[in-house]
Ligand binder design. Structure first.
Ligand code: FAD
Length: 384
């Protein structure tokens, strides 16, 4: 390793590009190389579930070409280049047969979609959307199809259900939970979102799972565990994400649910850092934009000479179901208290209060969603 070796960032998602942007605010010249398995096009991933509502296809959701990003950030971007290993002793990234020396290495390589292994011969009709290239494929495959079955009723499944209905598609959602977005929303808010999605025409099949997917005509037939059969042109699998830890683990870097980092975003290996969907930051795995932006700001300072710890404030999540605007700030998993609910139809204001009345979290739907900013100021920050 030489002093001139670059900072290498793996990943050109929101984490990678946000970090490069923050580094350039501190230092215009330090050599930075970005390595990505995809095409390096800059886009905002949360917008993928708003394409039909906003009248945009994959091309319309792209924000800047790779070349434009490289020029704007004064970085080199290596596209369609997959990292296959890390030599932490030698300070080298392994790219198949090639090795790339780094001075500092940042892992911003995101999370993998969980893929269910299902019976049946209709698997080529099953899509997952975790980046712009996936979205392009999905829109192309949708073609003239009119019916989409979504597996999973989490945030991503519900957002796509709303968006596809706005695009005029028939939508069935199948999920094992009895409510939508379990673990994220309290039941009362989840029921409100489900109700408004149903009013929009989404059909829910909860408390059951897809057993098999078989080809049928130009589409598929889905057999559910509860005995129902559904027809669809395409299946969208939105059953969850798992931080990418395999390569880090193989390199001897400590991992837990994500790549383990402290508040300075340092992994257990010298000069190797992680942020974004792949990272477990001080025990928190938060697959959202606000946390990664906070990490990018702190890490840019560290990488340019001023070791800085990230400080998470409150982290509200906006759920993009326009039929039922929703915001949630989940209480800490170990918080003691109970939900205090005000409800008017599908307008819900649920406050999670401690025994002495302090607001530790909230979920608001419908007209109460307007209160999200004021409520966010009441909830204590994650890093108090
Ligand atoms: P990614 O964007 O996944 O980037 C990973 C990068 O690493 C890619 O460039 C990839 O090619 C590269 N890579 C991976 N493996 C390798 C390898 N081995 N070698 C080289 N390169 C590799 N969050 C919110 O806060 N609010 C929202 O409303 C919201 N809505 C969402 C809607 C959808 C449909 C989805 C899917 C997510 C949403 N999220 C939302 C989550 C948010 O978008 C993510 O947390 C964030 O975009 C993650 O960015 P990232 O850069 O960490 O990972």
């Amino acid at each position: 390793m030489t002093e001139q070796a670059p900072i290498v960032i793996v990943g050109t998602g929101l984490s990678g590009y946000s970090l490069a942007r923050e580094i350039r605010k501190q230092d215009k010249e330090t050599p930075v190389i970005m390595v990505t398995a995809d095409d390096g096009v800059s886009y905002s991933k949360p917008m993928l579930s708003t394409g039909f509502t906003k009248g945009k296809d994959a091309g319309g959701l792209a924000q800047a070409s790779t070349e434009a990003m490289a020029e704007q950030l004064n970085v080199r971007v290596r596209t369609f280049t997959t990292v296959t290993g890390i030599d932490t002793q030698g300070h080298e990234l392994v790219l198949g047969d090639e090795r790339l020396v780094y001075r500092k290495l940042v892992l911003a390589w995101g999370a993998d979609v969980i893929r269910l292994s299902l019976e049946g011969d209709g698997q080529e009709h099953v899509f997952s959307i975790n980046d712009l290239m996936d979205y392009r494929e999905f829109r192309k495959a949708l073609g003239d199809g009119k019916r989409v079955a979504i597996m999973g009723a989490g945030l991503i499944g519900c957002e796509f259900a709303n968006d596809l209905r706005n695009g005029g598609y028939e939508v069935d959602v199948i999920a094992p939970s009895e409510v939508v977005m379990p673990g994220l929303l309290p039941d009362v808010a989840a029921n409100a979102v489900q109700q408004e999605l149903e009013n929009l025409g989404v059909r829910f099949h909860l408390g059951t799972v897809v057993d098999r997917i078989d080809r049928q005509g130009g589409g598929v037939a889905l057999s559910l565990a509860n005995g129902e059969t559904l027809d669809a042109d395409l299946v969208l699998s939105a059953v969850g994400l798992r931080p990418r830890i395999g390569l880090a683990e193989a390199a001897g870097i400590a991992t837990g649910r994500g790549i383990t980092v402290n508040r300075a975003l340092e992994t257990s290996a010298p000069d190797v850092y992680a942020l974004g969907d792949c990272a477990e930051v001080d025990g928190h795995v938060l697959l959202y934009v606000l946390p990664l932006m906070a990490c990018a700001r702190a890490l840019a300072k560290t990488l340019t000479g001023e070791r800085t710890e990230v400080r998470y404030g409150t982290m509200p999540v906006m759920i993009k179901t326009p039929c039922c605007p929703t915001a949630v700030c989940p209480p800490a998993p170990d918080a003691r208290g109970s939900w205090d609910v005000e409800q008017d139809g599908t307008d819900v204001k649920a406050l999670f209060k401690s025994p002495d009345g302090e607001v530790l979290g909230f979920a608001v739907t419908g007209r109460f969603a307007l209160e999200k900013q004021a409520l966010s100021r009441e909830v204590p920050p994650i890093h108090g």
